[in-house]
Design a protein around this ligand. Structure first.
Ligand SMILES: *Cc1c(COP(=O)(O)O)cnc(C)c1O
Length: 507
């Protein structure tokens, strides 16, 4: 071992500046080519489990390799195993697109490599975060009672918000004593995102403390049921402390009546957190501001610029009215991190469980400056219009039906071939007394589930477009979500053609 040690005056150092420039240019060229020819790749990776692992050596190379060899393996091994979220015909889940300025911002974040834990560990990172989040706050029309902090994901933003809500409970002393003996209750609709369950689990409140409130026929929380649930809980010794309302649920993009829920929260003295992780982006368009109606009365709100604001993963924003409460839920300053700027500056490490923080605000700043508010509005309006147009095609078709109202960029639908109803009618006419499978609702639903599951699988297997699914009222439902910055009407039309083509070939 000793013989191989390197003497200090021979410090091996980094890649040379010349090589960095050369390979850096190659990679930027590679990315530009990749983004401008998405049709070269099937969107959903066609890999089998283990394909990537078996194409790679089982241990790291003993000696450094050439960059050319690495780039060759990128094409050979990595790209086939990538599901292409940046492809404009990616309509699954909620899309996320890395826009040009966002990707370049990420590159600079890596280059600076600052840790934005304290103001002094990089004043620009801290102050740019404050400035860009105030810009974003104004863009979505949220009142200036709110201040923001960036986390990696909405799951963590919400976890921190619920920790703040818990911190706000008088006399709980959870930091000192834990949750022993506390019977806390948190409320959200049946359609709430699983991150709320996870927060309850992680924060030790327990999943059984999350009470799910029934929804109306459009999948929105029923305020009256919330009121009754809180009263019932109080009568049984529970302590209601937080309600999560969602604007843009994950399954169907339904929008809870935030104003009516805020009335209840104010009356009951419980923390209101609004999950606008998905839906918040639409409020950038003035005609869509209504989706955040009532949100000004919340205590906290999460929005994900990495979902529909063209910022590459990851970047989630939590807005909070009482930043001091959020701070007191988490702040703990060891001696080696003490600094003397006092209250004049914000030390973002105090606002969550993490210490180290990336300089994420840079990519948000790039995206907002490059496109401008007007450019962002134009792009978002265009996406909402494309979703409405697709929904219109469904409504006019004899073979598909909508499964939920469409107000954002998400369309929930399923195939329901007209032949199924014709068949039912015919059998009724021919044999009015004999029960027939097509009059059996359960049988038809079952049949439609199987049909739609097969349809989705085949459409995705073809690789030109990628859609996902959910269940609404137990029925297998297809989801087409528009949110990629490069998606055009042609891509949406392609999805429609693929669906009709596959369905036609099955009938
Ligand atoms: C996507 C989503 C989340 C979770 O977002 P992450 O950033 O992936 O944690 C939470 N709530 C809603 C409504 C979402 O759509």
């Amino acid at each position: 071992m000793k013989a191989e040690m390197v003497a200090p005056h021979e410090t091996p150092g980094d890649m040379s500046p010349e090589d960095f420039r050369r390979y850096g240019h190659q990679i930027v060229d590679w990315i530009a080519e990749y983004l401008s020819h998405p049709e070269r790749y099937p969107i959903l990776s066609q890999n089998q489990p283990g394909d990537v692992k078996s194409a790679l050596p089982s241990s790291a190379p003993e000696r450094g390799e050439s960059f050319e060899a690495m780039l060759a393996d990128l094409d050979r091994v990595i790209v086939p195993g990538v599901t292409h979220w940046n492809n404009p015909a990616f309509f699954a889940y909620f899309p996320s697109s890395g826009s040009g300025p966002g990707i370049l911002g990420e590159l600079l974040t890596a280059a600076f490599n600052v840790n934005a834990m304290l103001w002094r560990t990089s004043p620009s990172a801290t102050e740019l975060e404050e400035v860009t989040l105030d810009w974003l706050r104004q863009m979505i029309g949220l009142s200036n009672d709110f201040e923001g902090v960036i986390y990696d994901t909405a799951s963590i933003s919400t976890l921190c918000a619920i920790a703040a809500a818990r911190e706000a409970v008088p006399d709980l002393r959870v930091r000192e004593d834990g949750l022993a003996g506390a019977k806390l209750r948190i409320y959200a609709s049946e359609h709430v995102h699983s991150s709320i369950d996870r927060s309850a689990i992680t924060l030790g409140i327990g999943q059984s403390a999350l009470r799910k409130i029934p929804c109306d026929s459009e999948y929105r929380m029923e305020p009256r049921s919330l009121e009754l649930a809180i009263a019932d809980d109080r009568a049984h010794g529970w302590q209601p402390f937080c309600v999560v309302a969602t604007t843009g649920t994950t399954s169907s993009a339904s929008i809870d009546p935030v104003a009516a829920i805020a009335d209840i929260c104010e009356r009951e003295g419980v923390w209101l957190h609004v999950d606008a992780a998905y839906g918040g982006f639409a409020a950038v368009v003035p005609e869509m501001r209504w989706i955040l109606e009532g949100a000004d009365r919340a205590d906290s709100l999460v929005i994900n610029p990495h979902k529909s604001l063209f910022v590459p993963l990851d970047l989630s924003v939590l807005y909070c009215k009482q930043m001091d409460v959020l701070r007191s839920a988490f702040s703990l300053v060891p001696e080696y991190l003490r600094s003397d700027e006092g209250d004049d500056v914000r030390n973002f490490m105090d606002y969550g469980p993490q210490l180290g923080r990336r300089f994420r605000a840079l990519k948000l700043w790039f995206v907002m400056r490059y496109f401008g508010i007007e450019g962002l509005r134009e792009r978002i309006s265009n996406q909402l219009a494309m979703a409405r147009e697709f929904a219109g095609w469904i409504e006019q078709s004899d073979d598909f039906e909508l499964m939920a109202p469409v107000s954002l960029g998400l369309v929930c639908f399923r195939a329901r071939p007209h032949s199924i109803d014709e068949q039912a009618e015919r059998s009724l006419k021919e044999n009015p007394k004999v029960p027939h499978w097509s009059r059996d609702v359960e049988y038809v639903d079952n049949y439609l589930d199987i049909l739609n599951e097969g349809l989705l699988e085949e459409v995705n297997r073809r690789g030109k477009v990628f859609l996902s699914h959910t269940k609404l009222n137990e029925a297998f439902t297809l989801r087409l979500a528009i949110g990629n910055i490069r998606t055009t009407r042609e891509h949406v039309k392609l999805a429609w053609d693929e669906l009709n083509d596959v369905l036609g070939s099955r009938n």
